[in-house]
Design a protein around this ligand. Structure first.
Ligand code: GLN
Length: 483
C-alpha cells in the first residue's frame, strides 16, 4: 500500500479497493516501524488522522469525490495546526500549540486530506541540511549517513522513504527543491503569492512560499491544487484564478524553448551532475523541445544578496519571540532585559542566533545603505535578468544543487560552505518565480535533481514538462533500499 502515489490512492479509494482508514492505519504502522531510523517526524497526530480518515470515508460513501479526499499527507512543522504543537524545529516553540490552522492546513483538511503528523525541519527553516533542528537531524533514506537536504528535510525523507505519498514544505531559498533533489522527489516552489502564507511561521516574508513535495509531478499537481488560491488574510496573496494543474500535465512539448544558462556550469558544480543535467536536456529534445544557451549575468551576486535580505527579514520576524508572548521563557528572570536575553539565548539555536545578528547588523543605522539597500538593488537586477531570459525561452533548466547529499556534520564547522549549496535555488525566491526540481539520475548511489524555472504563474508549464519527462524516464520510480 505504501508504494502508491496520490493519484493511485485517489483511484483506489474511488474504486473502493481500500478505505482511507485502512490506508491511514497501514501508514501509521509503517511510520512507527521505520521513522526511528530517519527522525522525519516531530509530532505524530494519530487520533486526528484516524478521525479525518473516517470522515473522508463517510464523505465518499455519501457520493463525494476528490483527489485529496482521504489522502494521507503531513505538514512541515511551521504550518500552524490548531491545538497541535507547531514547533518550527525550535526549542523556542517546543511548547507552542497553535490557536488556529494555517490557510494551507485548513484548505487541505477541507479537501479531505488526512494529516498523519508534523515533519522535522531546520530551526525556523534556516538551513540546507536539516541539521539545525532542536529535535535532531533527519537522515537521508538513500544513505542514512547523509543529510536529506533542508529545510523541509523531514517532509522529503518521509515521502522518499514511502512513509506517506506527499507532504507540504516551504521554500525561502530552496527548501522544497533542494531536499527534493537530494532525496529523489519532485518538489515545487510556486510563484510568490500563489499559496497563502497565513499561519506559516515567517522566516523571510518576502521570499517564503509553501508548496508540495511528492514523488511525481502528477502528485505535485494534486497537492498544489489543494494549497493554491487567493487568501484575503495574506496581504501578499495574489488574486489570480487557480488553473486546473492536472489538466496541464499532458500538453505536448513540441517546440518548447528551453534555456540553459551558461553561468550554471561554472566551477563548483560536480561534473557528474552536469552530465546528468545535459542528459535530461537530451531527453526533453527527443520530446520536441528546442534548446538555447542563455545568460543570467547577475547570478554570482545572488548568494551574498540573499544572505543579507533573508537574515534582515528574519531578525525582524523573530523579534516577536521575546519570552513574553510566545514559547520558551527562562527561569527566574532578574528583570525584563534578563528575561529577553536569556529566553532568546536559550530558545534559539546557534544558526538562528547567527542569522538574527547578521540581519540586525545589516539593518542598523550606518550599514543599511551598504548592505540591505545594495542587496535589494541586486535583487532587482536578478529579476531583470530572468525577465530578459523569458523573452527568449519558455523554461530555464539547470542543476538544482551543485553536489549530491553530503555527510551529516560535514559542513557544520563552516556555515558559508552550506550557504553555497543554495546557488541555483535562491534566485527564484529573489525574483518570486516558480521553480520545480525533478529526479534526473544518481551519483554514488545518491539522487540528483534537475531544476526547471518558469515565468510567473506558469506552475502548470513546470508540471507539464516534468510529467512528460517522467512518462519517458524512470528515475522518479527508484526506491531507497530498506524502504
Ligand atoms: N538554505 C537556505 C537558508 O538557509 C534556504 C532555506 C529555506 O528555503 N527555508 O536560508
Amino acid at each position: 500500500m505504501h508504494q502508491m502515489t496520490l493519484a493511485e490512492i485517489a483511484r483506489g479509494l474511488a474504486d473502493k479497493k481500500f478505505s482511507s482508514e485502512e490506508l491511514t492505519k497501514n501508514l501509521l504502522a509503517r511510520i512507527a516501524q521505520l521513522d526511528p531510523q530517519l527522525n522525519s517526524f516531530i509530532t505524530l497526530t494519530e487520533d486526528l488522522a484516524l478521525q479525518q480518515a473516517k470522515a473522508a470515508d463517510a464523505r465518499r460513501a455519501n457520493g463525494e469525490s476528490g483527489a485529496l479526499l482521504g489522502a494521507p499527507i503531513a505538514h512541515k512543522d511551521l504550518f500552524c495546526t490548531q491545538g497541535i504543537r507547531t514547533s518550527c524545529g525550535s526549542k523556542m516553540l517546543d511548547n507552542f500549540k497553535a490557536p488556529y490552522d494555517a490557510t494551507v492546513v485548513a484548505k487541505l483538511a477541507a479537501a479531505g486530506a488526512v494529516t498523519l503528523g508534523k515533519t522535522n525541519m531546520d530551526e525556523f527553516a534556516m538551513g540546507s541540511a536539516n541539521e539545525s533542528s532542536y529535535y535532531g537531524p533527519v537522515k537521508n533514506p538513500w544513505n542514512l549517513e547523509h543529510v536529506p537536504g533542508g529545510s523541509s528535510g523531514g517532509s522529503a525523507a518521509a515521502v522518499a522513504a514511502r512513509l506517506l505519498p506527499a507532504a507540504t514544505g516551504t521554500d525561502t531559498g530552496g527548501s522544497i527543491r533542494q531536499p527534493a533533489a537530494l532525496t529523489n522527489l519532485t518538489g515545487l516552489k510556486p510563484t510568490y503569492g500563489r499559496v497563502s502564507r497565513w499561519g506559516m511561521i515567517a522566516y523571510a516574508s518576502s521570499l517564503d512560499q509553501g508548496g508540495p513535495l511528492a514523488r511525481t509531478a502528477e502528485d505535485c499537481a494534486i497537492l498544489l491544487q489543494g494549497m493554491a488560491g487567493f487568501d484575503p488574510q495574506d496581504s501578499t496573496s495574489i488574486d489570480e484564478p487557480v488553473p486546473d494543474y492536472s489538466a496541464s500535465l499532458n500538453g505536448s512539448l513540441q517546440g518548447l524553448r528551453i534555456g540553459v544558462p551558461k553561468e550554471y556550469f561554472g566551477a563548483g558544480l560536480d561534473p557528474r551532475i552536469a552530465d546528468l543535467v545535459m542528459a535530461s536536456v537530451e531527453a526533453l529534445k527527443k520530446l520536441g523541445a528546442v534548446v538555447k544557451e542563455i545568460s543570467l549575468p547577475n547570478m554570482q551576486h545572488a548568494i551574498p544578496a540573499y544572505y543579507v535580505i533573508a537574515p534582515a527579514e528574519a531578525s525582524s520576524n523573530l523579534s516577536r519571540f521575546d519570552g513574553v508572548r510566545f514559547g520558551h521563557r527562562c527561569e527566574n528572570p532578574k528583570d525584563l532585559i534578563d528575561l529577553y536575553k536569556r529566553s532568546r539565548g536559550e530558545g534559539f539555536g546557534p544558526e538562528v542566533q547567527r542569522r538574527i545578528m547578521v540581519g540586525a547588523y545589516a539593518l542598523s543605522a550606518g550599514y543599511y545603505d551598504a548592505y540591505y539597500l545594495k542587496a535589494q538593488k541586486i535583487r532587482r537586477l536578478i529579476k531583470n535578468d530572468f525577465m530578459a531570459a523569458f523573452n527568449e525561452v519558455d523554461i530555464i533548466l539547470g542543476p538544482t544543487t551543485p553536489n549530491p547529499a553530503w555527510k551529516l556534520g560535514a559542513k557544520n564547522s563552516d556555515p558559508v560552505a552550506a550557504y553555497l549549496e543554495d546557488v541555483y535555488t535562491i534566485t527564484a525566491n529573489l525574483a518570486g518565480l516558480p521553480g520545480l526540481s525533478m529526479p534526473a539520475g544518481f551519483v554514488d548511489g545518491l539522487p540528483v535533481g534537475v531544476q526547471l524555472l518558469a515565468p510567473y504563474f506558469q506552475e502548470g508549464r513546470l508540471l507539464n514538462v516534468a510529467h512528460q519527462y517522467q512518462q519517458n524516464t524512470d528515475w522518479h520510480t527508484r526506491t531507497p533500499t530498506g524502504f
